[in-house]
Design a protein around this ligand. Structure first.
Ligand code: PEP
Ligand code: MN
Length: 262
């Protein structure tokens, strides 16, 4: 059309770290923060491999109310400790509007999970924060609905929104979700916002994560968010899709071929 495409939005996380610009930014860490040694060991390993942010859930939106729900504020404190030690900024999920203020005291990036993509009360609150927001696509939201969710945050004045394709529900059962890789160029085309990919929740299987990391980079994503756990077999959540630190390191090495080519 004749529309002039706006300049891409560069989302600054901390001085010197921008998502949506030249750098392909990888966020990594465990699904859930479990204890001090687990988060510190993971943070050191992902940093050494080239990750630029530490992920970790302190509030976990679990399918079953009987599953581990996260360490809550204790988990946030452990994330802050890991940040202090490694210098990695922290991305963590806020599940409930009543916890926005608490999570914002600790997080560098506030994550909205797939299940909350249309929690408009939460989105509006996050729109009033002066903090970057990582907004995951819902498992059953169309691109159009997803963009309207982003708009809820933007309309309140917060321009620092990062989009994240994390797989959608289809008839396929071989993977946990179906990674909609075409969503990356579609979103890049339709918005000025940075787009990252979560191959962990998209596939549900650790061995499928590296190939989807490469696919994301080749498709033009601005970065990744990847689950890494020192002992996936003991993980409190999402162990089967978590990379071991050594597998993450290898993936990061091979990833360079795709990010440099892009
Ligand atoms: C997560 O990042 O651990 C998570 C719960 O992801 P999603 O909201 O995409 O399911
Ligand atoms: Mn998870």
């Amino acid at each position: 059309g004749r529309e002039v495409k706006p300049e891409p939005t560069l989302v600054e996380i901390v001085p010197g770290l921008v998502v949506g610009g030249e750098e392909f930014v990888v966020m990594a860490g465990p699904c859930s923060v479990e204890c001090e040694s687990q988060i510190l060991e993971t943070a050191r390993a992902v940093k050494a491999a080239g990750a630029r942010l530490l992920r970790g859930g302190a509030f976990k939106p679990r399918t079953s109310p009987y599953a581990f729900q996260g360490l809550e504020e204790e988990g946030l404190k452990l994330l802050a400790l890991a940040r202090e030690e490694t210098g990695l900024p922290v991305v963590t999920e806020v599940v409930n509007p009543r916890d926005v203020e608490l999570v914002a005291r600790y997080a560098d990036v506030m994550q909205v999970g797939a299940r909350n993509v249309q929690n408009f009360a939460l989105l509006k609150m996050l729109g009033q924060l002066d903090k970057p927001i990582l907004l995951k696509r819902g498992m059953s939201t169309t691109i159009q609905e997803y963009l309207m969710s982003a708009e809820y945050i933007l309309a309140e004045g917060n321009r620092r929104v990062i989009l994240c394709e994390r797989g959608i529900r289809t008839f396929e059962t071989a993977t946990r979700n179906t990674l909609d890789i075409a969503a990356v160029p579609v979103l890049k085309n339709q918005t000025h916002l940075p787009v990252i990919v979560d191959p962990s929740h998209a596939t549900g299987h650790a061995h499928l994560v590296p190939p989807m990391c490469y696919a994301a980079a080749a498709a033009g994503a601005d970065g990744l968010i990847v689950e890494v756990h020192p002992h996936p077999e003991d993980a409190a959540s999402d162990g089967p899709q978590s990379l071991r630190p050594e597998d993450f390191r290898q993936m990061m090495t091979r990833l360079a071929a795709f990010t440099d080519a892009a």
